[in-house]
Structure formats: structure tokens, C-alpha cells
Write a protein that binds this ligand. Structure first.
Ligand code: BGC
Length: 796
């Protein structure tokens, strides 16, 4: 710990300067007081420490080489929190090696809809999984003596208009689905920091939302770290300070300083609030380790490879996998040479090296014949490349086809339009499968896709995004040197229309997204009478087989008094590997509420354990089920309550597997019907949704008249706004620094930027006077005239 002066001993100006960054990636140093800066860096699955402190949050500018680990979607599929901790510790170690004090991750937002462009950076559609993995990642990162940052708090489940969208949802859904993972990670892993998201939650911007940032986070959950804003998420800074949002990022501008000072001087903002947040910044700086070796550990590449294999999900297999080493193997698909192993945006890592699938086969000494099959930069099928692939596949014993989503199909900054693979990838699989019945498909993608050919191929491996050694991990699994250790931590629907949130996602009104599906996110919808999924949450096959027996509970009756005292119970089952090779199985525990007291999804995950077993080995697996497993958020008392009556705990291999049901009886809890279990799950009509919200559906904020919160796209509906947008686009330099494939996404993100955020990204090149003049010009001559007279009046 570095000894630093107390915030109370600083001047108001010095305190205020600490409330925003010194530049894009550092807190503000105060040399006179010997206060150094802390270094923050993305995160989450590898470091993106930018060479130039001017920086960007889009993954454009150059960053120091570091190891790219598999992102959250992949790691969660391992269902192995020890592995998540190990990867977190490696990221933390690299942070130490590079001189980074806080890693900006993990991200644990709920995958409300599979189209969210950033789902690859999040763990799951299930809060239990998200919370456990986030806690493990935080513990891992922080074990290296650096800080982690839980993000993005909260309800940031879409990229579309992420800066200005208001997520409107009922309190039970908020608590039970969107906050539960954060609550667990905060309470268990004590992250040094947390990042407030871009969006609003029920009308209040997350970065100035006192209910979220103080009442819930600190008063209820006991968070004692620092809250920072997402990059450019700030609007009214004094409100943010009062709400408990300590650090505005990025810095490199003084746009908020005057506002905060004026608010203090006018007694609108308490001086203690400023001192308190400045102290939290100092506490963070004091904790930050100093010194860096400048080089990351090269052995981490092997961990990436192991983690990738442990997270690979075997979706189908007719016995073709694992491959025989002496088989004639055709390896098809440009991803074998140019792998897709990470997502685009702020998490993009400049890797230390890569292992492709072609490298992996060469290292294993297994010969393959290769055909590209498609051009990875184009969406159109190339008949010539497909013909060549068919020829190569036809001459082989088995064909492995690598397809998936090219980078421009999914990224931070926008949501996908469909669940389909590029047309050329589907066409290639169909053609190869027709030429060789022993066709294995290996997928590289960050979120669910639809697979129209899934019945026509011999096996499907979901590798997700495997990090920089992804090709090696794939070959290990194909050849059986490693098992496909993964299970899906999200649902693969048959169609996007089968997802409960789809009719309202990402929001037809530009500035509002209504969570009419409530708690019925992901598998919760499918198991509660919704359509059967293509591949269920929790699904994944193995190269060996397992038998479960002697399932039991440590107790089958519980009283609410015991639950309130923190007592839960333990579920236990004997798992035997009945096959001839080593492998791992995942026991999942789902709670079924039969009390009839509240509306609930029919099954909700309340525990899981992964067990690794040698051939013929058996072991008893114990899984703790916590009191929260039975509780619901009660609106009347504003507390967690437990219904009284019959419950079941089902041990299953997936959300749709029948499994083994064990009964539990709870006494002393709520018996009156609180919320009819017979209500429809999705609030289709306004009246139903309003009943659930307990208030009228708020009107979305109209786009006009324009103000500092207006986006370039909104302004560009006027002639003046079009000029503003074109000028700002040129000044941003994005077009020159972006490759052609990423340009549409960058342009989309830029269009969705509100002026208040653009000013903050402009690092001092855009002041409020200019912003207000732009707003006035776009609002028309009358508004412009009054803005000009107001400005001149002030100056005079
Ligand atoms: C992202 C954050 C990231 C930050 C800094 C933002 O655009 O939402 O997750 O940490 O940029 O790069």
C-alpha cells in the first residue's frame, strides 16, 4: 500500500480533478501531493494496454502484445469455475507484468437475446452461472494483486443505442435475473471496482443512478470499492457524484470539473460527496501495485489451449469423433488458416502468437488435405472454392469443416440481425456433407447460430471463440487428446422467434427497451411451456458415458428460520464413468417450485458441479444449495422471501433433461398467493406489463427538441445536423484507422453517440459552448438565436 494524503486534506479543485481520469486509461495524478496515477486497461480475457495513452475504446489503436484467453462465452461453457479462476489469475499476472493496476472485466451481463453483439463477452443467460463465473474471475485476477472491474452495471443487454436506451423492467426481474449475478460476485469476491453501464434503468442513467450505485450496491450488498463509469457514459456529472459514481472515464478533459464545482458552490451537491468519491479514488491508487517487467508469460499459451478444449461443446456425434489419427482427413474452411478466436471492440487483444488448426494438425504429426471453401472477407458463396472443397472432401475418409461467424457479423457496438451463418458457410457445409457423410462441423462464433444442416452431418463441435490457441484446442478435441469438456451456458433456439424477448428486442422505440418477457429469459422460457430449443441450456455430449445413482439430500425439510440463518442443504449423487476413456460430467441442479405462491419459471438453475473421472472411476458429488435457491424478491416487503410448501430439486444433464427429482418441504414461509403462477409469462399487452411494473409504461424520451443527449443520428435528421455529423466523423479519424470490414460497425457506433459523450471522447477539442451551439443550430433558427444571445449575454 502506498501512503497517500487523505482526500479531506486536498483542495476542492484537487478533489474534483480526481473524480475523472487524467487521460483515456489513467486516473488523475497530483504530483504536488505525490499522488500517482493508477492504470486501467481492458479486459476481460486478455489485456489491451494501449501504447499511446490517447487511446480508444474500440480496439482500433495499437496495444502491447498479451495473451488472448477464451472470452466469457467460452469459459462459461466449461462449467468449471476453477478454470475461470486459473484464467483470471493468468490475466492478473499479465496485468502485473505490463504495469496495469485494474483489469476492466469481467463482464457479466445477462444474455437477454442471442442477437446481442457483445454476448461473447458475457457468461450466460442465467444469473447463477454468470455470478459464479464472474466471482471466480475476480478472485483469480485479484489474486495477482491487481484489481478487477465488474461490468456493466446494470441491465446492459443490448448494443443497439446503448448510450441512450432505457431498460424498463419490473423489480422482480431486475433483482432475480439482472442483478443476482452482480450481487453474488460483489458479496463473494469483493472486486476492487465496478463499472456503471451506458444505458438507463427504469428512467435513471446507470452512471447517476443512486438506487443502483448506493442503495443496492453499497448499502445492501456491502460493496466497498470504487465505481467508475463506462467510457463516455456520463451525462450530468454532479448527479453522478451524488449517486455514488466515483470516477468518470475516460479523462483527458475537464468538461465535468466546472459542473461539479458550480454544484458544490450552489449547495446542490454536498462537499462530502466529492470528498468521499475522491477518497475512493485515492484508496484505489494506494492499493495499486507499482512496477512492470514489460513481458507476459509465454506459457499462458498452453493454458489458452487447455481452457479452449475444456470449454468445447460436443453438440452432436454419431461416433465419428474422436477421429482416428490414421484416417484421411480433409480440413476445410478458411478459419483453419485465418482463425476467428476473439470478438471485436474494446476487448480485442493484440496476441502474442496464434495456433491455427493447420498448425495443430502439423504439431500432432497428422496429415490433412486443406481447402479454403470460402473467402473469409466476403459473404457471397464462391462456387469455385466450394467445388474444390467438395473434391477434397470426397477423396477423404472424413471431412472437418470450420465455419462460423466472421468478425464483422458480431461485435461490441451493434447487435446481429439474424442467427444465421453467412450464406457461403451454410452452402459449404451442405455441399461437403453431400459429398462425404462423415462430415464434422467445427463452429467458431461468439453466440448461438441456427444450423439448418444439423441433421445431415456426423458431428458438430461448438468451439466458440477459443483465444489465441483455438486451433490447437480444436485439434486436441478432434483427435481425442482432450475431451470436449463443455456444456452450453446458453440456449440455441430453433429460430429467433422462439426467444421470449424477440418481439421487444432491442426496442422498437429508439430510446426504450421494454422487458415484457420479464424473468423468462433464455431457458426459463423454453422450460415453461415455450418451444423446444435446438440445443438446450446445459447440453453437451462426451466421448465417454456416465451413470448417476444414489441421489440424496442432506435434509428434505427446512424452515424459513433456517434459511434466514443462511442454512441451505446439500444435494449429492454418485457419478460413475462407464466408458473407456477419461472424461468430465456436469451435474446441474434445478429448483422447481410447486408451492403455487409466485409466478416462476418451471426450472431455475441453483447449483452445478463438474467432475473429472478416469475410465471406470466413480465419485460422489456434493452440491451446496443456498437459501436463495428457494427465495423470490417480494415487492411488498422489498426483501427476499421464501414460499412455504413443496419444492423439487432436479439433478439433470441439461435444462430439458428429465433428470432425478428430489422433494424438499419448506415450512414457515409465505403461503398466500403473491403473484399468480398461472399468469402468462410474457406480458404481451400494455395492461399486463403495467401490472407487472406496478406503474404505467413510461413514455420514451422524444428525440426532439435536441439537447446534449441527442445522438449524431438524431441530429442528422436536420440539414445542420448532417453537416455536424460529417464534420465530427472526419475529425474522429475512425475512417482512416479502420479496416473496410469493420467500417460499417464503426459508423453505426458513431451515429449512436450522444453529443455529451462525443465531447468527452474528444479530449478537450469540443467544449460545452460548441455543443450547445450545435444543439441550437439543429433545433432551428429560433433556438439558435436564443442560444447566441444567452452566450453573448453571459460574456458581456
Ligand atoms: C466498453 C467497456 C470498456 C471501455 C474501455 C467501452 O466502450 O463498453 O467495456 O471497458 O469501453 O475500452
Amino acid at each position: 500500500m502506498t501512503q497517500l494524503p487523505a482526500a479531506a486534506d486536498l483542495t476542492l479543485d484537487q478533489q474534483i480533478s480526481l473524480l475523472r481520469g487524467g487521460d483515456f486509461w489513467h486516473t488523475q495524478a497530483i504530483p504536488d501531493k505525490e499522488i500517482p496515477a493508477a492504470t486501467l486497461s481492458d479486459g476481460p480475457h486478455g489485456l489491451r494496454l494501449q501504447v499511446d495513452a490517447a487511446g480508444d475504446n474500440l480496439g482500433l489503436a495499437e496495444s502491447h502484445p498479451s495473451t488472448c484467453f477464451p472470452p466469457a462465452v467460452t469459459i462459461a461453457s466449461s462449467w468449471d469455475t476453477e478454470l475461470a479462476r486459473e484464467v483470471g489469475a493468468a490475466v492478473g499476472a499479465e496485468a502485473r507484468q505490463l504495469g496495469v493496476d485494474v483489469v476492466l472485466g469481467p463482464g457479466l451481463n445477462i444474455k437477454r437475446n442471442p442477437l446481442c453483439g457483445r454476448n461473447f463477452e458475457y457468461y450466460s443467460e442465467d444469473p447463477y452461472v454468470a455470478g459464479r463465473f464472474a466471482a471466480a474471475a475476480v478472485e483469480g485476477i485479484q489474486s495477482a494483486g491487481v484489481g478487477a472491474c465488474l461490468k456493466h452495471f446494470a441491465v446492459n443487454s443490448q448494443e443497439h443505442v446503448r448510450f441512450i436506451v432505457d431498460a424498463v423492467l419490473d423489480e422482480r426481474t431486475l433483482r432475480e435475473i439482472y442483478l443476482a449475478g452482480f450481487e453474488h460476485a460483489v458479496k463473494v469476491a469483493h472486486p476492487w471496482t465496478l463499472m456503471a453501464s451506458y444505458n438507463s434503468v427504469n428512467g435513471a442513467l446507470a452512471s447517476q443512478n443512486k438506487e443502483l450505485l448506493t442503495t443496492i450496491l453499497r448499502d445492501e450488498w456491502g460493496f466497498d470499492g470504487l465505481v467508475m463509469s463506462d467510457w463516455g457514459a456520463v451525462y450530468e456529472r454532479p448527479e453522478g457524484v451524488a449517486a455514488g459514481m466515483d470516477l468518470e472515464m475516460p479523462g483527458g478533459h475537464t468538461l465535468s470539473d466546472g459542473m461539479v464545482k458550480d454544484a458544490v458552490e450552489a449547495d446542490v451537491l454536498a462537499r462530502e460527496d466529492v470528498t468521499r468519491s475522491a477518497q475512493r479514488v485515492l484508496d484505489l491508487v494506494a492499493r495499486a501495485p507499482r512496477g512492470a517487467t514489460g513481458r507476459v508469460d509465454p506459457d499462458h499459451h498452453d493454458l489458452v489451449r487447455r481452457a479452449g478444449a475444456a470449454s468445447t461443446v460436443l453438440l452432436t456425434n454419431d461416433g465419428t469423433l474422436p477421429l482416428r489419427r490414421d484416417a484421411k482427413i480433409a480440413l476445410i474452411g478458411a478459419f483453419a488458416q485465418t482463425p476467428r478466436f476473439q470478438g471485436a471492440g474494446s476487448s480485442q487483444v493484440n496476441v502474442t502468437r496464434t495456433t491455427t488448426a493447420l498448425d495443430g494438425f502439423a504439431e500432432a504429426g497428422v496429415e490433412v488435405t486443406y481447402a479454403a471453401g470460402y473467402d473469409p472477407t466476403s459473404a457471397e458463396p464462391d462456387d469455385g472454392l466450394i467445388r474444390e472443397a467438395v473434391r477434397v472432401a470426397g477423396a477423404a475418409d472424413v471431412a472437418v469443416v470450420m465455419v462460423g461467424l466472421p468478425p464483422r457479423y458480431e461485435s461490441e457496438g451493434f447487435d446481429r440481425d439474424s442467427l444465421s451463418l453467412p450464406e457461403q458457410h451454410d452452402a459449404l457445409v451442405q455441399a461437403v456433407a453431400a459429398a462425404n457423410p462423415r462430415t464434422v462441423v467445427a463452429l467458431s462464433n461468439g453466440a448461438p447460430v441456427v444450423l439448418p444442416w444439423r441433421e445431415n452431418v456426423a458431428a458438430i463441435l461448438e468451439s466458440y471463440l477459443g483465444g489465441q490457441a483455438s486451433g490447437g484446442a480444436l485439434v486436441d478435441v478432434l483427435l481425442g487428446d482432450a475431451e470436449p469438456g463443455g456444456r452450453l451456458a446458453e440456449t440455441f433456439p430453433e429460430s429467433i422467434n422462439d426467444v421470449a424477448s424477440t418481439p421487444w428486442y432491442p426496442g422498437t422505440q429508439l430510446r426504450q427497451t421494454l422487458h415484457r418477457e420479464g424473468m423468462f429469459v433464455g431457458y426459463r422460457h423454453h422450460v415453461s411451456g415455450g418451444p423446444a430449443p435446438a440445443f438446450a441450456f446445459g447440453h453437451g455430449l462426451s466421448y465417454t458415458s456416465f451413470d448417476w445413482s444414489d441421489a440424496s439430500l442432506s435434509r428434505d425439510r427446512l424452515d424459513v428460520e433456517q434459511l434466514s440463518a443462511g442454512e441451505g442443504l446439500t444435494v449429492s449423487v454418485a457419478v460413475r464413468n462407464t466408458g473407456e476413456r477419461a472424461g468430465s460430467d456436469v451435474v446441474q441442479v434445478y429448483r422447481v417450485d410447486r408451492t403455487g405462491v409466485v409466478l416462476r419459471p418451471r426450472r431455475e438453475l441453483v447449483g452445478f458441479a463438474k467432475v473429472h473421472l478416469a475410465a471406470a472411476e466413480s465419485r460422489r458429488v456434493d452440491i451446496a444449495v443456498e437459501p436463495r435457491a428457494f427465495e423470490f424478491w417480494d415487492l411488498d416487503s422489498g426483501q427476499w422471501q421464501c414460499p412455504a410448501g413443496e419444492f423439487e430439486l432436479v439433478l439433470a444433464k441439461s435444462s430439458t433433461d428429465e433428470g432425478i427429482a428430489l422433494s424438499v418441504h419448506i415450512t414457515g414461509g409465505v403461503t398466500d398467493c403473491v403473484d399468480s403462477p398461472d399468469r402468462p409469462q410474457t406480458a404481451v399487452t400494455d395492461a399486463e406489463f403495467e401490472a407487472r411494473l406496478g406503474r404505467l409504461i413510461p413514455r420514451p424520451r422524444p428525440a426532439r427538441p435536441f439537447d446534449r443527449d441527442s445522438t449524431f443520428a438524431e441530429l442528422a435528421t436536420t440539414p445542420a445536423g448532417r453537416v455536424v455529423r460529417a464534420t465530427a466523423w472526419r475529425a474522429s479519424g475512425i475512417a482512416e484507422s479502420t479496416d473496410e470490414a469493420s467500417l460499417p460497425m464503426m459508423e453505426r457506433g458513431f451515429n449512436e453517440l450522444p453529443l455529451r459523450s462525443a465531447a468527452r471522447f474528444a479530449a478537450g477539442r469540443l467544449d460545452w459552448g460548441t455543443v450547445d451551439a450545435i444543439v441550437a443550430a439543429c433545433n432551428g433558427p429560433r433556438a439558435m438565436w436564443s442560444s447566441l444571445t444567452a452566450r453573448w449575454g453571459k460574456k458581456g
